[in-house]
Write a protein that binds this ligand. Structure first.
Ligand SMILES: NC(=O)c1ccc[n+]([C@@H]2O[C@H](COP(=O)([O-])OP(=O)(O)OC[C@H]3O[C@@H](n4cnc5c(N)ncnc54)[C@H](OP(=O)(O)O)[C@@H]3O)[C@@H](O)[C@H]2O)c1
Length: 347
């Protein structure tokens, strides 16, 4: 399996992207982040070839932290700021969607540039909280103008359904990637979005591949599933509505068996499986510490057999799937929508 992916001509990323939502204020619910250990993890990841980072304007503190890492790389003999790729997001607050002007967008992009210590942002992934406010294409065009001004290299999106992704494309927004939720629990992308992305050459970046860490040995036979992070709050809801805790244990048992055959971890199998799916360009794996770096480095050391992939799919097929296109439940169901924070930009 390839470790890297050429997103646009001359711009290559690692297929496992280092996710930085985990570093944002309030993400960890039960313990404090040791940021010196995270900095160690960033250096280790870069040395292992995991050179691509995912953050957002709304991940409070994460862009600044990556900016500090960029500063460190300027003085590093092992790497340099040009050796890494940083993907951020542009997520206008829900209550600003009616009024956001080009100048507001530019101010937020300038803030990301400053925080990340970059002259140009590698990729800005656009999000729109409410399709009921019919300005999505218009505001996405702000990013096109900023790209023309040289402040952005490429434009992506996050948490769009397929219809609205298509509308952006039809409106002339040069979308190169989409970030969607995809794991063994949540397969909503498979019905329409992944095939659409394959057909139209849009790269799919998946988050949730480890379901916030629930897909790991730690939870095999565990009795306590109290969420430790905001990711786990979100994914516990998905588990309840798909395999349930019982099915999750059966899945973990199967993954453990497969992992044993390859001498890797359950988490390595879970991410590898998603990376094998046609049309998936990359998986975004959250980083909270340096504990998992060496384990994740083994992700490309093996290949799942067709029989193993079929066994996973077979087990999964015995349980319900979430309905609809990606992020539709999150927009329409009060239970899903209720746990999302939509005013974090502070603009
Ligand atoms: N666009 C969006 O709306 C959106 C939403 C969610 C996430 N994302 C992006 O995707 C990234 C990933 O976030 P996620 O919520 O989907 O979390 P995730 O990647 O499914 O889970 C991350 C957690 O898994 C555990 N882990 C990682 N590697 C492991 C290994 N090898 N063995 C065992 N456990 C391991 C770690 O937990 P411990 O450190 O506690 O052990 C880590 O904090 C985010 O940082 C963000 O960049 C985007």
């Amino acid at each position: 399996m390839n470790r890297n992916y050429e997103l646009t001509p001359g711009y290559t990323i690692s297929r496992v992207i280092n996710g930085c939502w985990q570093l944002s204020e309030g993400h960890s619910l039960t313990s404090k982040i040791d940021f010196s250990d995270v900095m160690r993890a960033f250096h280790m990841l870069t040395e292992q070839g995991f050179t691509t980072f995912d953050c957002a304007d709304i991940y409070t503190g994460a862009e600044d932290f990556i900016g500090t890492f960029v500063e460190e790389l300027k003085h590093s003999s092992a790497s340099s700021p040009d050796a890494i790729q940083i993907h951020t997001k542009y997520v206008p607050d829900l209550d600003k969607l009616e009024t956001v002007r080009f100048e507001d967008t530019e101010r937020i992009i300038d803030r990301s540039l400053k925080r990340l210590r970059r002259e140009r942002l590698d990729l800005v992934q656009f999000h729109w909280w409410d399709y009921g406010v019919p300005r999505c294409e218009e505001v996405a065009h702000h990013l096109v103008r900023l790209r023309e001004k040289g402040k952005i290299r490429s434009i992506g999106v996050t948490n769009f359904d397929t219809d609205h992704l298509e509308r952006l494309r039809d409106a002339g927004i040069p979308v190169v990637s989409i970030q969607s939720q995809y794991s063994m629990f949540d397969r909503r992308v498979e019905a329409r979005q992944l095939p659409w992305c394959r057909e139209h050459g849009v790269a799919m970046f998946c988050y949730d591949t480890l379901s916030g860490g629930f897909l790991s040995e730690k939870y095999l036979g565990a009795a306590d599933f109290t969420p430790q992070t905001r990711s786990q709050v979100k994914y516990m809801q998905i588990i309840e509505d798909s395999l349930g805790l019982d099915g999750m244990q059966k899945l973990l048992g199967l993954l453990k068996e497969i992992a044993g055959a390859h001498g890797v971890s359950v988490s390595a199998v879970a991410t590898h499986y998603i990376l094998c799916q046609p049309g998936v360009a990359a998986a975004i794996v959250g980083v909270r510490n340096s504990r998992h770096v060496l384990d994740n480095a083994k992700l490309f050391s093996f290949d799942l057999t067709e029989a193993e992939k079929a066994a996973i799919r077979g087990l999964r097929s015995g349980y319900p799937d979430l309905p609809g296109d990606p992020y539709t439940l999150e927009r329409t169901s009060p239970r899903y929508r209720g746990i999302i924070k939509m005013k974090l930009n502070g603009e």
